[in-house]
Ligand binder design. Sequence first.
Ligand code: HAM
Length: 416
Amino acid sequence: MAEQIKRPRGTTDWYGKEGVLLEEVKDLFLHEASLYGASYVELPVFEESHLFHRTVGESSDIVRKETFDLVSKGDKDYTLRPEFTAGVNRLIIENKLYASPDLPLRYSYFGPVFRYERPQSGRLRQFYQYGVEFLDNKIDIDTTLDAFLLSIRSTKKALNRDCRAKINYLGSFESRENYKKALRGYFEPIIDTMCDDCKNRLQTNPLRILDCKVPEDQEIAKGAPRVRDYLSEDDRKDFENICRKLDENGIDYEIDDGLVRGLDYYTGLVWEIYDATNPSFPALGGGGKYSSLMRQIGGPDFEGIGFSLGVDRIILCMSQERKDELTQGHSVDVMIIDQKKDGDAARIGEKLRNLDVSVTIASLAKAMGGAFKMADRLGAKYVIISGEDGLQLKDLAQREQKSVTEEELIEFFGSK
Ligand code: HAM
């Protein structure tokens, strides 16, 4: 026998009820985004590699070791998208959408992204992200709050329970450079006691040391200088203002000085969302403001703010009850059994589908009993039997069966 081919490590097959669930969650998220005026964009799954190098950042783990780089047949290098933000900004520049008088631009997205990580529960190599990007000449406080509130609302709606938000403020690139210097000064004398990743991070991006998951390193990081102490006066005021507005909106959040995010483009508010009932589970989503991303890829001085939720992680955190709730009503309406075995079922099925009734047809090889069991498992409400002596309509809930003409059948389903 030929060797069995398996799906690649760190990927998921979505099928059966889980397939329906993914579709439902997509609809739910995009509906929430539309409530904030966001319109849906669909982008290529791969982009020119330097789009991600220039935005996500050379020093980020994502670009340093997690991108899927394609072997190209032409002279350009391509990479499977590890996230959406860079792509949305590329779209805006390429189509000159920044010239629109209707600002802020608000876009939503949903689709697979790819990161070459070590697979484990909730950490995949192909996973789904849903998110939005809001863009304007300057991101104002209302747009900031809208982006933040939508991220919380979407998570809560999907899980049907509470979530927790951690926030921080990263400031301009200049203040970040000063902060990095201070971190290097703090970690340099003790770096030999820390993990190899941290040793590398000291050179590439000392901010990422604060994000290390090794408990001993986390302990050391607790004594490090705080980013807050390196913010400009304007940044400090901006952060205070955002916190005040969140308080006024009754939004629960926690300021986390160690929250630095894994992508290099942030300048300003950053946040991450966690499951309130399972706080040790990795982040369900994250986002923040970025001021120079568009300029870095040849666009105008435009700012953006956005977030992405990890759809796979959110689905992992959903209770079975919530999953059932979202997928209920996803059964087929009618099943036809073609006793004459002459293909008439497909013709009748088509007429019913014109009336927006969903129809499946039992395999001709199936015995009557087996076909009825299948109808039951698929949740069909009616079975139609097309036999030598005409049509029979069976209402499975009422357990009633009657002979009908084709016209009566059409009339019956047409009036439903
Ligand atoms: P991120 O924090 O890299 O942000 O990813 C967002 C979410 O994607 C994470 O919070 C997590 O739920 C999910 N995620 C990340 N890696 C994996 C993985 N290996 N397996 C499963 N889920 C994962 C971004 O991607 C930014 N583009 C967010 C953003 C939008 N910032 C501004 N606008």
